[in-house]
Write a protein that binds this ligand. Structure first.
Ligand code: GLV
Ligand code: MN
Ligand code: MN
Ligand code: MN
Length: 420
């Protein structure tokens, strides 16, 4: 089994000063969760430390740091300008996340700049690295908040009112972290600066394992969204309340979990998940009065995704009715299927086909990314690096150091082509 964290490969730090592998090793202890994996959530201590690490590394390379209105970080090599080539990813994690989802793209971008500088390469266009805020939506519920705010895919009013588990709003958390929430929202000036966005990312499935290739290029992202199913019943005593007297929202919530599985299994490539279930008040000897279930549904096409959600909600409603409970459904985020710019993807696979001595496959993914949000506005591409565990959003997520190096090499070749 693989170590599951970059620290297991810390030895490479001495071999290659600013390599992506060394960068990952350097941050391997930041934000470890006592429950396993990482807890690197936006505007918390760990995420702030990672931002500071990135700024220090970028400055070490002579890059100029800029924060945009939505708390995304830009690191410019040379003067900022419109139509720039941008590469980067995110540093936040899901609860119990792995070491690579996000940080691999950031570490690889830093490594690529160092290699280009070492070669004496001079970008002929504006060029910057970026770190996006709250990509996972782990703290405030909506993924890709930094890019959604920038593009207007979410309105500032809605984003700023999002709450974390402690009831703190995104606005309050941003302010506490030193940002100005009143300036957040659609940012046309920042968008104009992005001429091309390339995100390197660890693969989150088995595509490259099955194809026996270290690196692939993104073709599309499944339609996906998140829905909150709120079941309300009657809180009561676990010992004194007869079974036929109960209005137990946990029963309806449990039925909705099973509905998600059966609807997905019967659907056309549908993935449906309830990864988070919160009963309140949450006592072993207390029948819950309220349960929130967060439903994540993804599929290849809009209609298929919507139909699956409708079917799951219908079954959840029927279960709530049977139990005498109320159900409220709220769509927290949704985006249709994304196709990355075919011309850019073709150009990138052409470059990599020539520079790597193997074919470079095109991959579709069920994972969401800031690149998928930006794709609605600017030509966007993704480069995937093989993950030998096939597991992601969990501590086993991994990339072999040699594959990381191959990914950085691919990014260098692509950047050289885009920046000439
Ligand atoms: C983000 O990584 C997602 O796909 O949910
Ligand atoms: Mn990611
Ligand atoms: Mn992720
Ligand atoms: Mn993601």
């Amino acid at each position: 089994a693989h170590g599951g964290s970059a620290s297991a490969h810390g030895g490479s730090a001495n071999v290659h000063g600013g390599s992506a592998n060394a960068h990952l090793a350097a941050i391997a202890d930041i934000g470890r969760s006592t429950a396993g994996g990482y807890a690197r959530h936006v505007f918390t201590g760990a995420e702030t430390t990672l931002r500071e690490w990135f700024v220090a590394e970028a400055e070490r390379l002579g890059l100029d740091i800029e924060l945009d209105r939505n708390s995304n970080i830009w690191a410019w090599w040379g003067p900022p300008g419109d139509g720039a080539v941008i590469t980067g990813s995110h540093l936040d994690s899901v609860p119990g996340g792995g070491a690579f989802d996000g940080p691999l793209g950031v570490a690889s971008a830093l490594d690529a700049v160092q290699r280009l500088q070492a070669e004496g390469f001079k970008p002929a266009k504006p060029f910057a690295l970026m770190v996006f805020a709250e990509e996972e939506g782990s703290r405030f519920g909506v993924a890709c908040l930094g890019s959604r705010l920038m593009t207007g895919a979410i309105g500032a009013d809605k984003a700023l009112a999002l709450r974390d588990v402690d009831g703190l709003t995104f606005a309050d958390a941003a302010r506490a972290a030193g940002f100005a929430p009143e300036r957040m929202g659609q940012d046309e000036q920042a968008l104009r600066r992005i001429g091309t966005f390339v995100e390197l990312h660890v693969e989150q499935g088995r595509g490259l394992i099955d194809l026996d290739r270290p690196v692939g290029v993104g073709s599309s992202i499944l339609a996906h969204g998140r829905w909150r199913l709120s079941f309300s019943g009657t809180g009561n005593h676990a010992g004194t309340t007869a079974i036929d007297e109960r209005r137990d929202p946990m029963i309806a919530a449990a039925a909705s979990v099973l509905a998600a599985r059966s609807v997905a299994a019967a659907g056309d490539g549908v993935r449906a998940t309830v990864g988070r279930l919160v009963p309140r008040p949450g006592g072993t000897n207390v029948i819950a009065s309220h349960v929130d279930a967060w439903l994540d549904v993804r599929a290849g096409a809009d209609l298929v995704t919507r139909a699956a959600v409708d079917e799951i909600v219908e079954q959840a409603q029927a279960a709530a009715d049977r139990e005498g409970c109320e159900l409220q459904v709220r769509e927290e985020s949704y985006g249709g299927e994304v196709f990355f710019d075919p011309a850019l993807a073709g150009r990138i696979s052409g470059v990599l086909g020539r520079s790597m001595d193997c074919t470079v496959p095109m991959l579709s993914t069920g994972a969401g990314h800031d690149a998928g949000i930006l794709a609605a506005k600017v030509p966007t591409a993704m480069i995937y690096v093989r993950n030998p565990s096939g597991i992601s959003h969990a501590p086993e997520e991994f990339a072999e150091p040699a594959d990381v190096a191959a990914g950085v090499g691919a990014l260098v070749d692509v950047l050289k082509d885009l920046l000439r």
